[in-house]
Ligand binder design. Structure first.
Ligand code: SAM
Length: 274
């Protein structure tokens, strides 16, 4: 199956309009492979037919399906162990200690995919609460994709997913078996609020986060979008707050307000003035 250049342009423009994700020329194979399952499920003979259907009914459910199919959702529990160790040992306890008693700390997982990132945070917060350092912490988890959020809200993970990054002790303590899968216990789930939000779209009023995880998502955007998102995060981050990016991402040349800090092999960013 090969895609006509005009059809490729149509799909990449649609995905960019809805998510700001850039699919560059040369990534035709990605469009072909990811949309193959939409064609199969919808019994549409070819990509040309799919684009004709999209053009005939823009805004229809098929558009959502195509956009969702093009999103990279790769994630795992405690992805980048050094960063989660830093959150547990330093960043969360420090942010909790820095606030007046009773004032809640919000940790924002900006592109939460199927939920492994915010659930990893919830496990840490629970552990810290047991030591008195994680009380009154809320986790806000957002994503542009409604289908990924639906999965995240359910908190049900299969054997492969729980075998990626999750310590056996946490699986035993924080999950219950659910058929062939595992479900996160309600008391852990209750620490997280899931909301749909496009980083490139309008943001609703949000509680000023003390810690922002913006991980493995900036890489999909163009430079102007990366700059705009970092500027907005700088605008809402609480004083003394910090930002964590994916290991291949940086604020360098994008936003001079943030300074790069390292600790025990993990990288995080604070405002230069902090
Ligand atoms: C590769 S996953 C990263 C998941 C997680 N942050 C991690 O590091 O494991 C990228 C996520 O970014 C989300 N995403 C893409 N464009 C977005 C946008 N405009 N606003 C919010 N989330 C977006 C995708 O839906 C997907 O869940």
């Amino acid at each position: 199956m090969t895609i006509d250049p005009r059809d490729f342009e149509y799909i990449s423009a649609l995905v960019r309009e809805r998510t700001a994700i850039v699919i560059e020329t040369g990534k035709e194979y990605l469009v072909e492979s990811r949309l193959a399952r939409v064609l199969r499920a919808r019994k549409i003979p070819s990509l040309g037919d799919l684009v004709r259907a999209l053009r005939a009914a823009p805004g229809h459910g098929l558009c959502d399906e195509v956009v969702e199919a093009m999103i990279t959702s790769e994630t795992s529990f405690f992805r980048d162990a050094a960063c989660f160790a830093l959150l547990r040992d330093k960043l969360i306890p420090e942010r909790v200690a820095a606030r007046p008693r009773g004032q809640r700390l919000t940790i924002w997982s900006c592109a939460c995919s199927t939920g492994q990132e915010p659930y990893s945070l919830a496990f840490l917060v629970q552990e810290l609460a047991g030591r008195g350092a994680g009380r009154n912490v809320a986790i806000l988890a957002t994503d542009v994709s409604e289908s990924l959020l639906q999965r995240a809200r359910q908190g049900v993970f299969d054997q492969l997913e729980v075998s990626r990054g999750l310590p056996a002790e946490l699986l035993q303590r924080c999950f219950t078996p659910s058929g062939k899968c595992w479900q996160v216990k309600p008391q852990v789930r209750a620490l997280i609020e899931f909301r749909r939000l496009s980083l490139a779209g309008r943001w609703p009023a949000l509680p000023p986060p003390g810690i922002v995880l913006l991980r493995n998502v900036l890489i999909y955007f163009d430079v102007a979008t990366r700059e705009r998102i970092l500027e907005r995060i700088d605008g809402i981050l609480e004083p003394g707050g910090c930002l964590i990016l994916g290991s291949a991402e940086t604020t360098f040349k994008l936003n001079s307000a943030f300074a790069r800090r390292t600790d025990g092999g993990a990288v995080f960013y604070t405002r230069r003035s902090a």
